[in-house]
Design a protein around this ligand. Structure first.
Ligand code: ZN
Length: 178
């Protein structure tokens, strides 16, 4: 990601809250430096990007019509894609594209369509795994809760309840608990 203010690569985006306003800064990390008193500290230059979730890119992406949304926000991928597609269509319509550039873009989009297909597959897999992990975690929690409750009940009832509630919950193998 290139900084729209100074054109240098952005190391990270800093979000600063003052009152109920949020300000965004592009931080450029230049390694470490030694201060006059001998201490080592990070050398970071910060460029002010904007006061809200929307950061307009003035230099590098202006030709693509991209508006750099708050970088930590949800849904920015979709906005990027839509803006990119629109800008290319605009350039086709207006004839602002050379044949060479058009071929370059065509090649790039063909390559990316393959990558996006692969990415879509990876995302589906990730989603499936994520759901599976949550289910496992839920089961684990339920088991812990049941295990904690069971001895309490038998202790307070003092022999009145011989059967563990866990066993009535789990009639494995079709045998009914009698
Ligand atoms: Zn900058």
């Amino acid at each position: 990601m290139i900084c729209p203010r100074c054109g240098q690569p952005i190391s990270y985006i800093e979000r600063q809250r003052r009152g109920n306003q949020v300000y965004y800064f592009a931080a450029h990390y230049y390694g470490y430096e030694r201060t006059p008193d001998g201490k080592i500290r990070k050398k970071v230059k910060k460029c002010y990007l904007g006061p809200s979730a929307y950061i307009e890119v003035t230099k590098t992406h202006s030709d693509l019509g991209l508006t750099l949304k708050g970088l930590t926000e949800e849904g920015r991928e979709r906005d990027y894609m839509e803006a990119l597609v629109e800008s290319v269509r605009d350039r086709i319509k207006s004839g602002r594209l050379t044949a060479g550039r058009a071929r370059e873009l065509a090649a790039m989009f063909s390559r990316f369509s393959e990558e996006f297909k692969e990415l879509a597959r990876e995302l589906s897999e990730y989603a499936a795994e994520e759901v599976a992990h949550k289910e496992t975690a839920k089961e684990a929690v339920n088991e812990t809760v049941a295990a904690k409750k069971a001895p309490e009940r038998t202790l307070t009832r003092q022999g009145g309840l011989k059967r563990s509630p866990l066993r009535t919950l789990a009639p494995i193998g079709g045998q009914s608990a009698r």
